[in-house]
Design a protein around this ligand. Structure first.
Ligand SMILES: *Cc1c(COP(=O)(O)O)cnc(C)c1O
Length: 375
């Protein structure tokens, strides 16, 4: 057993101190120019993100939730429309649909714990306008099957790729498949800023035009108001930080995939655990491992044991899938989603972790299952 240590789930201060001088110099540079709103750092970041994702249009916006709201708005989704959303997602995916006046229709997950094309089919009605794949944990959904359904029924694909910037399905970036795709730069996301931030991307000129108006009070290039809009701009300072972090983003992804591989190699022998796919298990899916989420027997005991050992883990979204927020009026039964939420647990996954940390976490999990046998 490796030596005891404290491993927080996420270490924000460590991330700052790793590149403290650079961050401070960015802050100085931006502030000395007084460049806060819609300035060149944002434009540069949007250009770099365009290249990174190979898309035509990118807009930095207030956050990942607003990105979805703006996208749905621009796509003309509203009252009377239904959008099919997996219940295994953050409340924001469904909330965005409700906030544009449409109805989020929740569906179940497949064996990959992502939106299940078969369940999507069951939820189709005359009012269905769009399917929202959510690439949870940075794993891409079954995009071929979803695209087939969308084509057959003349529906839009609108992607919540908040957790999947840089993830790919058959070589194509998560968020670039449909009418639009959205990302979040919340601090704990793989590309995180120092506060809230988000982006929306599209290859559709019409959507792009509408989003550019919507995010800035309906104003065109000349500053004239030509439609209703809101204030949803990515702060220039945050954009400058993100622009810097994007330069080394592929290395961050590489390290996360390395950590996932280490978890996989060590933990795959434990029969009480169901692990996420290892990095090279299926070439169609390139995962960025926003999270390393497994399913565990005696999950709550394991979590408590790891906490005693100094290891923080998280049960995603407080262990509640969207359709269980009954105050919102949901009453469906989605068995696979419900089963998953009884066993799911996220292990620490971030670039501040050392190999020794990973070994310590794995040793502790092995110890738990070998010394807590139920006969
Ligand atoms: C983080 C997240 C969002 C929302 O992003 P914010 O930037 O926090 O608004 C939406 N959907 C999913 C799946 C997320 O993980």
């Amino acid at each position: 057993m490796s030596k005891a240590r404290i491993i927080p789930f996420f270490n924000y201060p460590a991330l700052f101190y790793q590149q403290e001088e650079k961050f401070i110099s960015i802050f100085k540079d931006v502030c000395s120019r007084g460049a806060y709103i819609l300035q060149k750092d944002l434009v540069e970041f949007e250009e770099n993100l365009k290249k990174f994702l190979d898309v035509k249009y990118v807009f930095g916006v207030a956050d990942g939730t607003n990105a979805i709201i703006l996208g749905l708005n621009a796509a003309g989704i509203g009252p009377g429309d239904e959008v099919i959303v997996p219940s295994h997602t953050y409340i924001a995916s469904a909330a965005a649909v409700a906030l544009v006046g449409a109805k989020p229709v929740l569906c179940d997950i497949g064996e990959d714990n992502l939106i299940d094309p078969a369940s999507v089919k069951e939820k189709l009605t005359q009012k269905t306008k769009a399917i929202m794949p959510v690439h949870v944990n940075g794993r891409t959904c079954k995009m071929d099957d979803l695209r087939d359904i969308a084509q057959q029924h003349n529906l839009m694909i609108v992607e919540d790729a908040a957790q999947a910037l840089g993830s790919k399905y058959k070589g194509k970036g998560a968020g670039t498949f449909g009418k639009f795709g959205t990302y979040s730069f919340y601090p704990a996301k793989v590309l995180g800023c120092f506060g809230d931030g988000g982006a929306i991307v599209t290859n559709d000129e019409e959507i792009a035009r509408k989003v550019s108006l919507l995010r800035d009070h309906g104003r065109d290039e000349r500053g004239r108001v030509i439609t209703w809009g809101t204030n949803s701009r990515l702060d220039n300072l945050q954009a400058a930080i993100l622009n810097f972090k994007l330069q080394s983003y592929n290395e961050d992804i590489k390290r996360r995939r390395e950590i996932a591989k280490k978890y996989d190699e060590s933990l795959k022998s434990i029969k009480e655990l169901t692990l996420p796919p290892s990095p090279n298990e299926n070439q169609a899916h390139f995962d960025i491992y926003q999270n390393y989420e497994l399913a565990a027997d005696r999950r709550d005991d394991l979590k408590a044991y790891l906490q005693e050992k100094g290891i923080s883990t998280i049960i995603q979204w407080a262990g509640v899938p969207v359709h269980k927020f009954i105050e919102l009026g949901f009453n469906e039964i989605l068995p696979k989603t419900e089963n998953f939420f009884e066993r799911c647990l996220m292990l620490p996954m971030n670039v501040s972790l050392s190999d020794d940390d990973i070994n310590y976490i794995c040793d502790s999990i092995h110890f738990f299952y070998s010394h807590n046998k139920i006969n």
